[in-house]
Design a protein around this ligand. Structure first.
Ligand SMILES: CC(C)(COP(=O)(O)OP(=O)(O)OC[C@H]1O[C@@H](n2cnc3c(N)ncnc32)[C@H](O)[C@@H]1OP(=O)(O)O)[C@@H](O)C(=O)NCCC(=O)NCCS
Length: 252
């Protein structure tokens, strides 16, 4: 596509997608407009193997617009990056046609993959402010990613994904029941461990008390038996003494 065609396309996309724009000239002030022109140049250079020059252009554009697009990324027609600040698009990202990104979006890698490390974004996808799409999976056509979501796995087409980690809450315009989407009462593993330990401690305390009671009753029983035996022995001794005394008296 020629440079003039690109320019026309950028003008059209920004005017269509941003309701805040009042005059066509304002398009020139949009970071999205400036970064996309730089990206197209950098991408051409990248494809020809001029990696340093390509990175130089993209890094300069990043400093001026706050949008860092790696020149290796493949971007279709009609990408609009609203506001722009803090947007990162990784080297192996593939973006389809008519995609909208808001500020703070990251299309990044997990750091664990090699080769294709960044996501593939389908046509007409909207990725809301602050969303992070991390990994080399696909976000299907016409899907929406909610603000602040962290998406870690494949998103089918025509879905809305929200939350951390991102979950599908709407598919083919139908709401999906949410069992696990309570973002206010998040699980607290430390508190859970403390509760388990408290329960275990109480169980052990009861066991020790029971053992102490049993030991006490065993000792009492043994003492009673000892006392009874002593008494029996004393009785035996005194009876023996009486018999001996009687025999002595008879002999006399
Ligand atoms: C996701 C979004 C696009 C709405 O998509 P949608 O398909 O119309 O989805 P809905 O509004 O029907 O929301 C579906 C559910 O997800 C919830 N939800 C929506 N966005 C959410 C978010 N970012 N985080 C958590 N939950 C969210 C809704 O509360 C709703 O929950 P419910 O089923 O319990 O009622 C929108 O909520 C959003 O995040 N917009 C941000 C746009 C943006 O970045 N603007 C910045 C301009 S500067």
């Amino acid at each position: 596509m020629s440079f003039i065609k690109h320019l026309k396309e950028e003008f059209q996309v920004i005017q269509e997608r941003d309701p805040a724009i009042k005059t066509p000239l304002e398009v020139l002030l949009y970071p999205s407009f400036r970064v996309m022109i730089k990206y197209r140049r950098a991408h051409k250079l990248y494809k020809k193997g001029h990696y340093f020059l390509a990175r130089l252009i993209s890094q300069r554009a990043a400093r001026k617009t706050g949008i860092e697009i790696h020149p290796g990324a493949t971007i279709g027609k009609g990408l609009f990056i609203d506001h722009g600040s803090g947007v990162i698009i990784g080297e192996t990202t593939i973006i389809g046609d008519n995609v909208t990104l808001y500020q703070g979006v990251t299309l990044g890698g997990t750091g664990k993959e090699t080769g294709k490390r960044h996501p593939t974004i389908g046509d007409n996808v909207m990725i809301s402010a602050g969303a992070k799409i991390i990994g080399s999976f696909t976000v299907g056509d016409n899907s929406k990613i909610g603000a602040g979501s962290v998406v870690l796995k494949e998103v089918p087409p025509n879905c809305t994904v929200v939350g951390i980690p991102g979950r599908v809450v709407r598919q083919q315009n139908m709401k999906i029941p949410r069992d696990n989407m309570d973002q206010c009462n998040l699980p607290d593993p430390v508190q859970d461990d403390i509760s388990t330990l408290k329960k275990e401690n109480a169980r052990l305390e009861n066991l020790v008390e029971e053992l102490e009671r049993e030991l006490h009753s065993c000792r009492e029983k043994r003492d009673r038996e000892l006392r009874a035996r002593e008494m029996r022995e004393q009785q035996c001794c005194s009876q023996k003494q009486i018999v001996e005394d009687q025999e002595e008296e008879i002999r006399r």
